[in-house]
Write a protein that binds this ligand. Structure first.
Ligand code: ACO
Length: 313
């Protein structure tokens, strides 16, 4: 019997037109380009317009992913959107996206695992493909993080950006997703959270930083061990793009040279669940990712939640 895999056959992304640089931010809050860049690696982020929602951004990214996969609306049998910034409380972002794309079959739902959302969505999608419930799944990360920011709080407003990334995960007999690994621990709920009123991000940055480095380092090592591979077999690490210092610490922990790490946090900021598919698409279009590459995706976010995916592209 041949093995059944899920495989990425299309990718697309969308970034809002407006770019907000660190220099622009220094005119709004008491900060500087150097402070932000030295601590996070961020130079700029994209900010959605007032009328642009996570559904609108997801729609634009999805059309590109479907075009690369050469699929039409009739071919999509499941949609998952990872987001913490839904356009409405309900219907879900995924169902609104299903409507925008004129997909009239299948089913759609959202996943909220904060910055780890896209990894959780891939984990679920992979299982649906291998259980033969769906053949072509649209998996999207879309975030309007700017809607959760207190623009008077320099501790948080300098870190985040908006955007969307999408992939098509399809049934394949050739190896694609090789392993997924997700986890969470709710006892950290107050270290990174969005309160209801006012609806702003609050974060104990220092604590988040330390636990993120420790957890993601351990996760990368266990992903290698679980798949019985060594680090030199990995072509690319695409980590969640929150902070270049966190990313460098993980690469160091697994002895991965920085040339094999995809870094987009400098131009996107932290786009939460959208960060990995945005980085994936950026690296694909600039020619870094090649068909057949072995790629490790890894994320960490509020909850805390964390997860990794090892895949053959
Ligand atoms: N500009 C200038 N000064 C600032 C700014 C700013 N934007 N923000 C904070 N400061 C000040 C603080 O007020 C503090 O001043 P004080 O010493 O007078 O009190 C000083 O800078 C140092 O603050 P720290 O919070 O200790 O700075 P740190 O070196 O830890 O960097 C940062 C802060 C960048 C937030 C870091 O902790 C971090 O990156 N944490 C990870 C958080 C993260 O990435 N969260 C994203 C979501 S989770 C995830 O995606 C992984």
């Amino acid at each position: 019997m041949t093995n059944l895999y899920s495989k990425i056959i299309g990718s697309g992304s969308y970034l809002p037109e407006k770019i907000l640089t660190n220099h622009d931010l220094a005119k709004i809050v008491d900060t500087s380009h150097d402070w932000i860049f030295e601590r996070t690696g961020i130079e700029q982020r994209h900010i959605a317009s007032k009328n642009e929602s996570s559904v609108d951004m997801a729609y634009k990214a999805s059309l590109k992913a479907m075009s690369m996969a050469q699929l039409s609306s009739n071919d999509i049998d499941m949609i998952i959107v990872a987001t913490s910034t839904p356009e409405r409380k309900f219907p879900s972002t995924a169902v609104l996206l299903q409507n925008s794309l004129k997909v009239e079959q299948g089913f759609a739902f959202d996943i909220n695992a904060a910055c780890t959302g896209f990894i959780y969505a891939l984990d679920v999608a992979d299982k649906y493909v291998r259980a033969k419930v769906a053949k072509n799944i649209l998996v999207v990360g879309s975030e309007k993080m700017s809607s959760l920011l207190d623009w008077k709080d320099r501790n948080t407003c300098v870190l985040f950006g908006d955007g969307a990334g999408a992939v098509i995960l399809s049934e394949s007999t050739a190896p694609g997703v090789l392993s997924t690994n997700i986890g969470s621990n709710g006892s950290y709920k107050d270290l990174l959270t969005v309160n209801i009123d006012p609806e702003f991000i609050e974060m104990k940055g220092n604590d988040v930083f330390k636990i993120a480095v420790k957890t993601m380092g351990k996760l990368a090592v266990s992903t290698l061990e679980k798949n019985n591979i060594t680090i030199d077999q990995v072509d690319w690490l695409i980590p969640h793009q929150a902070n270049s210092r966190i990313i460098n610490a993980i690469a160091k922990k697994i002895s991965l040279p920085s040339e094999k790490v995809i870094l987009t946090v400098n131009k996107h900021g932290n786009t939460s669940a959208a960060s990995i598919p945005l980085a994936f698409d950026d690296a694909y279009h600039n020619g870094s990712l090649k068909k057949g590459n072995l790629i490790m995706l890894e994320a960490f976010g509020a909850g805390f939640t964390w997860g990794s995916v090892l895949l053959k592209f």
